[in-house]
Ligand binder design. Structure first.
Ligand code: NAD
Length: 467
């Protein structure tokens, strides 16, 4: 990085869009101090009704500036325009949901004798540090910001270094609505994230990112006994039985490994298909995925934009080659493997399907964060479940079958924070989500978000002291 700041690249061209200096130590401390002052002096005295109203205004702001936010998401994350705009819409719905949730009842009143009132309630954590990833820059930051603000916290957000632009705009525009210091941002990479985790005035860290980084965040927060919410990586299975609606399943499998160019925590990157329909089904998936258009995000015909960085594109291509070298069959792309140099200087790859990759290799085991599907087949239900669980992650899982008994059994048995039966990828602002295992812990969205962004208390009020 130069003195002029860290370059922010357009992944579709590889060109530098702008430069943004990393926030240094004093800058991070200052942002947290301002957030802390805003919490103590203003926000903790702001009624839920008022917070709710301000959040509704924030939702309107996202809707009013939809095109600008979508353009920024396209620019620094390489998202096709329609996808980016859809994510802005989702972000606005999330803000609306938390605007309402700010006014939901919390706590319980306990039976107590005369002269005593005993209740539990929830109090804000104070300053919430939100550290966010590069795959849904605006949306995932908004999940955290909206929840934290709704429940009475102030927020310092640190977007991923590759994708700071939409958050910079959001924080700038929100400054016109919210009291000073209630929502601020700091910029930079892991170094800035570490500084943020170490600030004594930070009341909790809400982290979404890779499992490796999440572990370090948890270790740092342990020193300060700071609560941390971790939404981490995945290597999610999609199990397809011969009795499934194979057309619907094939479409879902393709969406599951190519959506957002495979850069989804919940990506269905392992297809586990019943032997009897293996060839037919994989053929359908390959046909659909092969027809997708990889290209510039501003082209309305583009299905897959670029990956986030050159390193990500090279790593994705490398994993496919490594699997091939170890005997896997590369079903897709035919003759077009590797980084796509025919599309200018952007970080493009074609979707890839590898069949029979070794179970100890990267294609089967590691989160690739690129459009690569690893295929294995099974003969029995027990084998299908074993393969599905052959991962340390537990973020999501999907099963496709028309057998009612099996939908029930797999719905119960699949070990993942999100289980989709005869569907894939559904997410709604009203439903709380989190991972299991190496996919982290914590809660985002829905009514359970309140548990992460507040702390419970028990209160005894004696009306007759010394009774
Ligand atoms: P990343 O882990 O490289 O970075 C995420 C964020 O953490 C960035 O802001 C980064 O600067 C910061 N960071 C990195 N190391 C840090 C450290 N040691 N201390 C503090 N902050 C640190 O992840 P990424 O490449 O931006 O995003 C992709 C990853 O995010 C994937 O693993 C994906 O599965 C995961 N993800 C998870 C979810 C979920 O809900 N479970 C959602 C989206 C993305």
């Amino acid at each position: 990085m130069t003195a002029r700041g860290r370059p922010v690249l357009d992944p579709a061209t590889g060109r530098t869009v702008t430069r943004l200096p990393d926030t240094d130590g004093p800058g991070v401390a200052d942002a947290v101090a301002r957030a802390d002052a805003a919490f103590r002096e203003v926000w903790s005295d702001t009624s839920p009704a008022r917070r709710s109203g301000l959040l509704r205004d924030l939702g309107d702001l996202l809707r009013d500036d939809r095109d600008e936010f979508a353009a920024l998401e396209r620019l620094d994350a390489g998202k096709p325009t329609a996808r980016a705009a859809g994510e802005v819409d989702f972000a606005a719905r999330v803000v609306d949901w938390f605007a309402a949730a700010a006014r939901y009842p919390v706590g319980e009143t306990h039976p107590a004798g005369p002269g005593m009132r005993t209740y539990t309630d929830r109090v804000p954590v104070g300053v919430c540090a939100a550290i966010t990833p590069n795959n849904y820059p605006l949306l995932l930051a908004v999940w955290k910001i909206a929840a934290a603000l709704a429940y009475g916290n102030t927020v310092v957000v640190k977007p991923a270094p590759e994708t700071p632009l939409s958050i910079r705009r959001l924080v700038g525009r929100a400054g016109e609505l919210l009291p000073e210091g209630v929502l601020t941002a700091v910029y930079g990479g892991a170094g800035t994230g570490r500084l943020l985790c170490d600030q004594p005035a930070v009341g909790m860290v809400s982290f979404t990112g890779s499992t490796t980084a999440g572990r370090e965040v948890a270790r740092r927060c342990a020193d300060g006994l700071r609560p941390v919410s971790l939404e981490l990586g995945g290597k999610s299975p999609v199990v397809v039985f011969r009795d499934a609606d194979l057309d619907a399943a094939a479409r879902a499998v393709v969406a599951g490994f190519t959506g957002n160019t495979g850069q989804m925590c919940v990506a269905g990157s392992r297809l586990i298909v019943e032997q009897a329909v293996h060839d037919e089904f994989v053929g359908r998936v390959a046909e659909l995925a092969g027809a997708l258009r990889v290209g510039p995000p501003e082209d309305p015909g583009t299905d897959l934009g670029p990956l986030i960085s050159r390193a990500a594109a090279e790593r994705t291509a490398e994993v496919v080659e490594e699997a091939a070298a170890r005997g896997a069959r590369v079903i897709l792309p035919p003759g077009r493997r590797g980084v796509r140099h025919d599309l200018g200087g952007g970080f493009f790859v074609h979707p890839a399907i590898v069949d029979g990759a070794p179970f100890d290799g990267r294609a089967w085991r590691e989160e690739i964060f690129g459009p690569v599907l690893s295929v294995a087949s099974f003969a029995t239900d027990a084998e299908a479940l074993d393969l599905a669980h052959d991962t340390a992650y537990g973020l999501s899982a999907s099963v496709w079958t028309s057998d009612a008994d099996r939908t029930e059994r797999f719905g119960r048995a699949l070990r993942a924070g999100m289980v989709w039966v005869n569907t894939w990828g559904d997410t709604e602002e009203t439903v709380s989500v989190s991972g299991l295992g190496q996919s982290g812990y914590g809660r985002e969205l829905g009514i359970h978000a309140v548990e992460g962004y507040t702390r419970p208390r028990a209160v005894w009020v004696a009306h007759r002291p010394g009774r």
